[in-house]
Design a protein around this ligand. Structure first.
Ligand code: GLU
Ligand code: MG
Length: 445
């Protein structure tokens, strides 16, 4: 190790000690180093707080095999990854470490993954999101992003819904006011800025949205929000499901991604703005392939059906909740794109990184948008109906494999691991009755 490396190491250790002191002051005794695998499952290694400085300097060991884990914890192999050999190091993002108020004594720290020799792991999804953000920054573009979180609760003891209140109804909020208050307090105590909380359409379904932030932080927060909802739900005798499909034929849980793109203080999505349009057009063009990142499970396609507000058609629209890509106009600063076809089986780092990569490709190609679609595309006369997005995981995987934009952005190692996981989940669950697919995935995410 040379002098410069030694100095960097000492600085990291000093920073970690400060972080540990901060967390200790808030009652933390253990840290959950967390990352999300390609199947959309958050995996974890816990360390006692006194080990945080070691973790920050040396990392914590974890097998690369999780890059080819499936939603049911089976494994597959890809061209570059799989099998029992090798080890990676998880490094906590110290600046993002926060106490988990609903899991007293624990803190959450999203992790980046490196090889044992200290070089970045080429399949680290969090790094991918950071790289796409950096790629945009080279063009002077920054983002503000946020994931919406929808979930369905049932009583843990008997699997019944804890409220019979109607969709969006005050009745539901009244029935569960203690739960929802505790949830708001817990989310805010994690440093999240809750924008709104409301009952959603499906029985027992709710939604929370948090303020937009930079893309990597938005993905970190998506993980943190879900962990917090799960913990507060358990404290109230409830069980939370974030799965894309919960009941056959019902409205599912979305994981909509909101994104605005900024250059020199201007919101590029406040159209008309050529690069804003090109960004949207790039995202729209790649949507079928992007579904392999944003709607990555077999169950995703039980949700992604017409007239369920999931965005099942390959189109964009202004303020159209049935368009896969919805442009929200608002005042200039609030204009943003909502990718509606995504759900929470997605690894949020892959989802946001993939959308940025597609948008940048659109800017490079000076892409232009087709006409927006208004109204529910399912109700349009046949000749004016846009094409459906992939209707199963197999179709999404075919589009993904054909996407040079996503292969270039992800790099071969990550791209092949994602493709292998999709193919294996399709082989395991594709074509099975909806009830079976739902039963296999309902409580997994
Ligand atoms: N639950 C719907 C979905 O699956 C979204 C409802 C809404 O428009 O917020 O995406
Ligand atoms: Mg919603």
């Amino acid at each position: 190790m040379d002098e410069q490396q030694r100095r960097a190491r000492d600085e990291t250790r000093a920073e970690a000690r400060l972080t540990a002191a901060r967390l200790s002051g808030e009652g933390v005794v253990a840290v959950a180093l967390t990352y999300v695998d390609n199947a959309g499952i958050a995996r974890v290694k816990g360390v006692p707080l006194r080990r945080l400085a070691d973790a920050a300097v040396e990392g914590i060991g974890m097998s690369p095999v999780f890059d080819v884990f499936l939603v049911d914890d089976a494994t597959t192999t890809s061209r570059y990854l799989g099998g029992p050999d090798g080890d990676l190091r998880l490094f906590p993002a110290l600046e993002r470490a926060v106490p988990l108020p609903a899991q007293p004594g624990w803190a959450f720290a999203p992790a980046d993954r490196f090889r044992q020799d200290g070089t970045p792991h080429p399949a680290c999804q969090r790094r991918f999101a950071a790289e796409m953000t950096a790629r945009a920054a080279e063009r002077g573009i920054t983002f503000r992003a946020a994931f919406e979180t929808e979930w369905i609760v049932q009583r843990a003891e008997d699997g019944r819904y804890p409220t019979q209140g109607p969709a969006y109804g005050l009745h539901r909020l009244t029935d569960l006011s203690d739960y929802l208050r505790d949830l708001l307090l817990a989310l805010e105590a994690c440093g999240l800025s809750v924008q709104q909380l409301h009952p959603e359409y499906a029985p027992g379904q709710f939604e929370v949205s948090v303020a937009a932030t930079d893309p990597v932080a938005a993905a970190d927060e998506a993980v943190l929000v879900r962990a917090t909802i799960r913990a507060v739900s358990a404290q109230h005798g409830l069980r939370a499901s974030f799965a894309p499909a919960f009941a056959p034929g019902g409205v599912g849980n979305g994981g909509h991604l909101h994104l605005s793109a900024w250059r020199e203080g201007r919101n590029l999505l406040a159209l008309p703005e050529a690069d804003g349009e090109a960004f949207l057009a790039g995202v729209l063009a790649e949507l079928p392939a992007l579904l392999a990142l944003g709607a990555p499970g077999v169950a995703s396609y039980l949700r992604l059906v017409p007239s369920h507000w999931a965005g099942a058609y390959h189109c964009w629209g202004v303020e159209n909740r049935e368009a896969a890509l919805r442009l929200i106009q608002g005042p200039d600063a609030a204009a943003n794109a909502e990718v509606k076809c995504f759900d929470q089986a997605a690894n949020p780092y892959l989802a946001v990184g993939g959308v940025i990569a597609a948008g940048l490709a659109g800017i490079d190609a000076r892409a232009v948008l087709p006409a927006p679609v208004q109204g529910d595309p399912a109700l349009l006369p046949e000749p004016r109906q846009p094409r459906r997005l992939p209707t199963d995981l197999d179709q999404a995987l075919t589009a993904f494999r054909a996407s040079t934009v996503l292969r270039d952005a992800l790099g071969d190692v990550l791209f092949e691991a994602v493709a292998a996981v999709r193919a294996a989940e399709q082989a395991a669950l594709g074509g099975r009755p909806a009830e079976d697919v739902i039963a296999a995935t309902r409580w997994r995410y």
